[in-house]
Design a protein. Structure first.
Length: 239
C-alpha cells in the first residue's frame, strides 16, 4: 500500500491525483469525505452506488494515501473513512505546478464564523480543538462542550503547551449550548455524534472520528491531528 507522498507526474503524464479525482465516482466520494468522516453505508447512500463499487474506489483512494480509515469507538463493526486534506492540498499544488509554476493557492478573505466542538467528556479533544482554532483564526467565535462533561485532563494542558497555548477551560454541558446559534458544529467522537441535538439555524454538521486519548503520547497525536484538520476548516468562506 502506498503511504508516502502522492506521486507526481513526469513531464507529459497526467498526475495521479488528477487521474484519481477525475473519476466521477471517486470525485463524489472525495466530496462527501471532505465534509467529514463517513461510514461506508453513508457513502453508499450519498452516491447511490453498490457497496462493492464504493469499497473498490475507497481502496484506490486509500492506496494513494488520500484516504485513511479507523474503527468506530462507538460500534467496532463500523469503520470511518477520512479524507486527508493536507495531502490533497499538497498533491493539488504539485499538479498545478506541473502545469505552470505560477499556479498556486490564493488566500481567502477571513469571515467571522461561530464554531462548536463536541466530544463526550469535554476534557480533552474538544477543548484542545477550541484552543487550536482560536489560536489559528482569531476572527472565529469558538466554543466546546460535552455530553458527559468532566474535569479538564492534565495531558490536554501539556499537549497545548507545545503549541504555545495555555489551556484554561471549564467543562460545559452540551445541553447548555444547544439553543445557541453556530455556523459549524463539529463532533469529535463517535459517541457524541449519536446524541447530537437539533441546533437552531441549521448549522453545518461535521464529524471527525477521533479516538479518546489516554496517555500523553496519545494526547500529542490527537492534538497534531486536530491542528491538521483545523487548518482546512471552511472558516474563510461561506458554509
Amino acid at each position: 500500500m502506498y503511504r508516502g507522498r502522492v506521486p507526481t507526474a513526469e513531464s507529459g503524464t497526467l498526475p495521479l491525483f488528477l487521474r484519481l479525482l477525475g473519476d466521477p465516482l471517486r470525485w463524489r466520494l472525495a466530496r462527501e469525505l471532505a465534509a467529514g468522516d463517513r461510514r461506508v453505508r453513508e457513502l453508499v447512500a450519498a452516491v447511490e452506488q453498490p457497496q462493492n463499487l464504493v469499497s473498490y474506489h475507497l481502496r484506490q483512494l486509500r492506496e494513494a494515501g488520500l484516504v485513511t480509515s479507523r474503527r468506530s469507538s462507538f460500534d467496532g463493526r463500523d469503520t470511518y473513512y477520512h479524507l486527508d486534506l493536507e495531502r490533497c492540498a499538497q498533491a493539488w499544488s504539485e499538479a498545478g505546478t506541473a502545469l505552470h509554476p505560477a499556479l498556486g493557492p490564493r488566500e481567502g478573505t477571513p469571515a467571522s464564523k461561530r464554531v462548536l466542538f463536541l466530544c463526550t467528556g469535554n476534557s480533552g479533544r474538544s477543548p484542545m480543538a477550541e484552543a487550536l482554532l482560536r489560536h489559528r483564526a482569531r476572527q472565529v467565535e469558538v466554543a466546546s462542550a460535552g455530553s458527559q462533561p468532566k474535569a479538564l485532563h492534565p495531558n490536554a494542558i501539556r499537549a497545548m503547551a507545545e503549541y504555545g497555548i495555555t489551556l484554561r477551560h471549564q467543562p460545559t454541558q452540551l445541553d447548555s449550548v444547544r439553543r445557541n446559534r453556530f455556523d459549524l458544529v463539529i463532533s469529535l467522537c463517535d459517541r457524541v455524534r449519536e446524541v447530537l441535538p437539533v441546533f437552531p439555524g441549521s448549522p453545518r454538521l461535521i464529524h471527525w472520528s477521533l479516538p479518546e486519548p489516554d496517555d500523553y503520547p496519545a494526547f500529542r497525536h490527537i492534538a497534531a491531528e486536530l491542528d491538521r484538520r483545523i487548518r482546512f476548516l471552511p472558516v474563510h468562506q461561506e458554509v
